[in-house]
Write a new protein. Structure first.
Length: 172
């Protein structure tokens, strides 16, 4: 991850995305979250318990020309609700990896995302859970990671994103 304003990332554990397609229920939830694009979409994912309920949420990073731009691609977070999954975050223009911070808001781990590309300089942002969803309030002073902050946590989807890798989103 790039060095930005002396933010310390030395205490981050990096975890590559899963390589096998997820359970069919998760695949269906990913399809529903992304919709029915006219192009081939690839995605990367990790299962992470974000709220310590012993059920894994799904962090999905989707790649395709309709959901990516010069600033990155779209991040989705799906929450396990019994036998189904619900979308609790859709955050466009993000760059992988996604840091699962050790800090929490409303009982859920904060997400730290990097934005870079386009006309804006690289920057790290804290995305907090409001009790129902993760709120993308980037570009506000409260979500910007201050200079020289030490971030602790795990970076998921930490592998290289390549047009030939990832899991193909099947349209069933």
């Amino acid at each position: 991850m790039p060095s930005v304003r002396e933010i310390n990332l030395e205490n981050i554990e990096y975890i590559s995305s899963a390589t096998e397609p997820p359970h069919p229920t998760i695949q269906a939830a990913i399809r529903q979250a992304i919709g029915n694009p006219s192009e081939r979409i690839r995605y990367y994912y990790n299962l992470v318990d974000l709220n310590r309920d012993r059920r894994s949420e799904v962090i999905v990073y989707a790649v395709g020309s309709s959901i990516c731009g010069s600033g990155g691609c779209t991040l989705y977070v799906l929450e396990s609700r019994g036998v189904t999954y619900s979308l609790i975050a859709k955050i466009p223009t993000t760059t992988n990896p996604i840091i699962i911070s050790d800090e929490k808001t409303n009982g859920w781990n904060d997400l730290i995302i990097l934005t870079e590309g386009g006309s804006l300089p690289p920057n790290y942002w804290r995305i907090r859970f409001d009790g129902n969803i993760y709120v993308d309030n980037r570009h506000t002073a409260e979500s910007e990671i201050p200079d020289r902050t030490t971030i602790t946590g795990k970076a998921v989807i930490a592998n290289t994103i390549d047009p030939k890798t990832g899991i193909v989103l099947e349209n069933h």
